[in-house]
Every structure is written in structure tokens, then in C-alpha cells.
Design a protein around this ligand. Structure first.
Ligand SMILES: [Zn+2]
Ligand SMILES: [Zn+2]
Length: 109
């Protein structure tokens, strides 16, 4: 499936969190697509372009650990919420907060 993103240029093969946290904009060999809002909001994530690419370390963890992984790690919520807040800020550039809550359940800001 071809995803669109309003959060980054998906063709550049960067990890959103490597860039966001460390200014590391180098190309990554292995990237996973990550839905910023998942579960019941997965389709809305696709519709609004809230998709990022993450390196394995930042997605599910790799051999160096999972300290900053958005899934299944002790600190996951901190990093997945960072993405959700970034997405909401972008959404609210041209939509109201009420609309955001209607679509994505609650505000993270
Ligand atoms: Zn990364
Ligand atoms: Zn994911």
C-alpha cells in the first residue's frame, strides 16, 4: 500500500524520530511505516496522512534495545504521544480542536 504523509517526505527514507530527537536525517536501510493513531483510528491516520517511517530501533526496538520505541517498550507512550502531539499540531493548522477530537477521540495537547 502506498501511504501519504503530512508529517514527512516518505520518499527520503528517514526515521522520523531519529530526525526529531537527534537531527539525524541520514537515509535508513530498514524503515517501517507507523500509523500515528492506531486501532479504531488507523483509517483516519491514513486519510489525514498521519503516517511516519521509523527505524527498527524507534519502531519496535532492535538489538541495541527499545528505550525509545513506540511499541511494546516501557517508555513507548512517551514517544508515541510525541508523534500524536506533532500530528495534532499539524491538523490544527487548518482544522479546529473540536474536529480533531471528533475524529481522533481526544486531544493530546
Ligand atoms: Zn530512528
Ligand atoms: Zn507502528
Amino acid at each position: 500500500m502506498k501511504y501519504k504523509s503530512v508529517m514527512q517526505d516518505l520518499s527520503e527514507r528517514r526515521c522520523y524520530l531519529c530526525a526529531r530527537l537527534y537531527g539525524d536525517e541520514t537515509e535508513k536501510v530498514n524503515l517501517h511505516h507507523h500509523h500515528v493513531f492506531s486501532g479504531p483510528y488507523k483509517r483516519a491516520s491514513e486519510k489525514y496522512g498521519f503516517i511516519v517511517t521509523l527505524c527498527l530501533y524507534h519502531h519496535e526496538g532492535d538489538i541495541t534495545g527499545n528505550r525509545e520505541a513506540v511499541h511494546d517498550a516501557p517508555n513507548s507512550k512517551e514517544y508515541s504521544d510525541m508523534l500524536k502531539r506533532d500530528a495534532q499540531r499539524i491538523f490544527e493548522q487548518d482544522h479546529s480542536r473540536q474536529e480533531f477530537i471528533k475524529i481522533f477521540g481526544k486531544s493530546r495537547l
